[in-house]
Design a protein around this ligand. Structure first.
Ligand code: NAD
Length: 729
């Protein structure tokens, strides 16, 4: 075996250690399945082996299934389906059933297995553990166990839905499956997911001891008279299933077939003996795999994201090791940037106009860490180490020796110019200067620089510590070296980079603006505000457009419009939009959440936000019964998708993977679609074009298909199809 070792001790206990060569984490692929089958056979047939302990030779136990394997399986399925549909379905089922059958063989055999979970165990890897007769977990707080499949459009297909439903109290179990929540050691024990929690150094010994103490090779559900924690036919069972369904629909609005299939697995599986229940789970797993949602989510949220996180867009220049980073402007964004940079172990110089402002920026890290410590997410030592890395100052000379400097000062070209000049006077010629501007074109800002090739945009999203996306913007003269350094930096702080060319609003904000503008259009037409918010949520947007506009601030929207008019002329802004925003900000002081009032009123907690009642007096209201919710839902997705297509056409986005990942990570574009370009691809550009034309006729020219969409609709090309052809060429 290439990936496992098996050593039997003098007590006849086999220690199976999983350690895939050349990988940082263990993952399940076809080779692993072959080898699991081999060691299960070995343990079953070798009379000297009394039982086995499974552990990992890495810091973690395992990350889950390698989804590229599933993607390949789907490719073969599609090819076979074109020839023989029935055979294709059988083939997919057999593939889906394999891990289930294998693990069941281990569970139902007559030798006891204990899993020594020495670190994080996710997805299929945790399902291996669940199929063992006992589980011992390390007490390391960083270790978690969970089944996150739901997040990539799938369901746990290695027995997870069945074993969780039989081990864990129904409410927590269903929540764990539907939300893909993972648990730390103490909670895992409390939920009955693991039997014991011990120090990391003892997991294997303790697991072996359980076998020596006579652990039976019998899963609880194979013991005669076993009753699962939930009896589907009891009054509580009926209530639980109804509540579970309600929770699922509340969270998914029916957009996620995998979530529905998870509920079906639990509901049907609990009425069946284990072997049949596992078979049922495999059927739902195979069914889930064939949905466009699973296909698109696996591609965007797993494969594309993994490629970007490995630096897919990095030019082939020597890797840079960042030791010291300067952050100028210790305000809302700068404080966050300093924190995430120091968290990655990089020295930070945090500079503001005076020492007091710089200190305040550093204090934000301290407060954040104190909160983390109170929630047991960090320690006093880690806090000290991180704070020691941040030097607050108002003295530019301290920036000397920085490999990279990021400015996050006021959104003002003049101020940014002065800051660029002062910085370039003290940093090395080959150091990189980056701007976190959200609106000013990078090429314009680079005019203030003496070395425009080393000038780049590194655009963070707020809140910086929680948002996983960073948009890197290439100015007209930005060099490959600067891009490589920016990507190295973003990967070092463990965020996902996308690389776009310069344009007003870059990529993400261009799409976000369309989302908010469509909501304004609806309000102006007299669509009741609650319908605007609800239609967006129903189509899968995590945050309604009016809520989002309040969060980013309505006065900011106003500033952006004014700047656009100043730069491009009055025609560049829709006068009705300007009037709406001016009325809110100038006449009513409704600047957004930060001011306590925007589209919503924000009363003191615990009261919840409520739509501003007078909003409905601003425009004559339409009768909700006269409105088609499908139109409202489509308008949001179509306007964003059309803008995403426009950015491809204008060469702002040059890699379609980034458009999809950027929209999902940047503002939560309906994740089940796989992103705006996958949304177009999945229905086909011709269908998209036709519906867009319909919307354009009724709701405005901004829905009119772009030339690229027209061409694709005519040729039958898709975004991913064309990208594949380019890659092959
Ligand atoms: P902010 O007002 O909270 O912080 C700006 C900081 O810059 C302040 O601490 C100010 O004292 C400091 N500053 C101003 N002039 C300076 C100078 N000459 N030298 C040194 N420091 C100076 O603003 P913010 O929201 O953090 O935004 C900063 C930048 O980030 C802007 O370019 C903005 O467009 C961009 N941005 C903001 C967001 C957001 O959501 N707020 C998101 C992405 C990008």
């Amino acid at each position: 075996m290439k990936n496992f070792t098996l050593e039997t001790d003098s007590d006849g206990i086999a220690l199976i250690t999983w350690d895939m060569p050349g990988k940082t984490m263990n993952v399940i692929d076809n080779d692993i399945m072959d080898e699991i089958e081999q060691w299960i056979d070995k343990v079953a047939t070798d009379d000297t082996i009394k039982g086995a302990v499974i552990t990992s030779g890495k810091k973690t136990f395992g990350a889950g299934a390698d989804l590229t394997m599933l993607q390949a399986m789907l490719g073969t399925y599609a090819e076979e389906k074109a020839r023989d549909e029935e055979k294709a379905a059988q083939m997919l089922f057999d593939g889906a059933y394999r891990l289930n059958q294998t693990l069941r063989k281990m569970e139902a055999g007559d030798k006891p297995y204990v899993c020594a979970i020495n670190g994080l165990a996710m997805g299929g890897c945790f399902e291996i553990a669940l199929a063992c007769h006992a589980r011992v977990m390390t007490d390391d707080e960083k270790a978690t166990v969970g089944l996150p499949e739901v997040k990539v459009g799938l369901l746990p297909g290695g027995g997870g839905t069945q074993r969780i439903a039989r081990l864990v109290n129904p409410q927590d179990g269903v929540q764990m499956l539907l939300q893909g929540k993972s648990h730390r050691p103490a909670k895992a024990k409390q939920l009955n997911l693991v039997h014991e929690v011990v120090p990391a150094a003892d997991v294997v010994d303790r697991a072996k001891q359980m076998i020596r103490d006579g652990l039976k090779a019998e899963a609880p559900w194979d013991v005669k008279g076993f009753k699962p924690p939930l009896n589907i036919w009891s009054p509580q069972g009926v209530q639980m299933i109804s509540a579970g369904n309600a929770l699922m629909h509340k969270e998914t609005y029916g957009n996620y077939p995998n979530a529905l299939n998870i509920m079906k697995c639990v509901y049907e599986g609990l009425q069946l003996p284990m072997d049949l229940a596992l078979k049922r789970e495999s059927r739902y797993f195979a069914n889930t795999l064939t949905t466009p949602e699973a296909r698109a989510m696996i591609r965007s949220l797993f494969i594309n994201m993994q490629e970007l996180n490995k630096g897919a867009r990095r030019p082939d220049v020597p890797k840079s090791k960042l030791k010291k980073v300067g952050v100028i402007g210790a305000g809302f964004m700068g404080a966050g940037i300093a924190y995430v940079t120091a968290k990655a172990g990089i020295e930070v110089v945090l500079l503001d106009r005076d020492q007091e402002a710089a200190d305040k920026g550093k204090a934000w890290s301290e407060e954040t860490l104190d909160k983390a410590i109170s929630r047991k997410r960090s320690t006093a030592e880690k806090k000290d180490a991180l704070l020691n890395l941040i030097t607050p100052t108002d003295d530019y000379s301290r920036l000397g020796g920085c490999d990279l400097v990021i400015e996050a000062v006021f959104e003002d070209k003049g101020i940014k110019k002065t800051v660029t000049e002062s910085t370039e006077a003290v940093i090395a010629d080959d150091a990189i200067f980056a701007s976190n501007t959200s609106t000013i074109p990078i090429t314009e800002l680079a005019e203030a620089s003496k070395r425009a090739d080393n000038f780049i945009g590194i655009h963070f999203f707020s809140p910086v510590d929680r948002m996983m996306l960073v948009e890197i913007i290439m100015g007209a003269d930005t060099s490959d070296n600067a891009l490589a350094m920016a990507i190295d930096y973003v990967l070092a702080i463990k965020k996902t980079p996308i690389v776009v060319n310069d344009s007003r609003g870059f990529y993400v904000n261009r799409c976000v603006m369309r989302y908010m503008q469509e909501a304004w259009n609806m309000l102006i037409e007299g669509v009741p505000a609650p319908m605007v918010e609800n239609a967006a949520k129903m189509v899968g947007m995590p945050v309604g457009p009016l809520t989002l506009n309040d969060e980013v601030a309505i006065d900011l929207s106003q500033k952006v419009m004014k700047q656009t008019i100043a730069d491009l002329g009055a025609d560049a802004v829709n006068p009705d939009h300007l009037k709406l925003v001016n009325t809110l900000v100038d006449d009513h002081g409704r600047i957004g959440k930060k001011g306590g009032k925007g589209f919503f009123d924000y009363p003191p907690k615990p009261a919840k936000k409520k739509l501003w009642p007078e909003l409905k007096d601003m425009y004559p209201q339409k009768d909700p019964g006269s409105l088609d919710v499908k139109d409202l839902k489509d308008r949001f997705l179509y306007t964003i998708a059309m803008e995403a297509a426009r950015t491809v056409e204008e060469n702002v986005v040059t890699d379609i993977r980034e458009a999809d990942v950027g929209a999902i990570l940047g503002f939560g574009f309906a994740p089940y679609t796989g992103g705006p370009l996958s949304f177009i691809d999945e229905m086909g550009p011709a269908v998209f074009r036709d519906r867009a034309n319909e919307l354009a006729a009724r709701f405005g020219d901004h829905f009119k298909p772009t030339k690229l969409i027209e061409n694709m609709a005519a040729s039958g090309d898709t975004f991913y199809g064309a990208a594949k052809q380019r890659a092959a060429a």
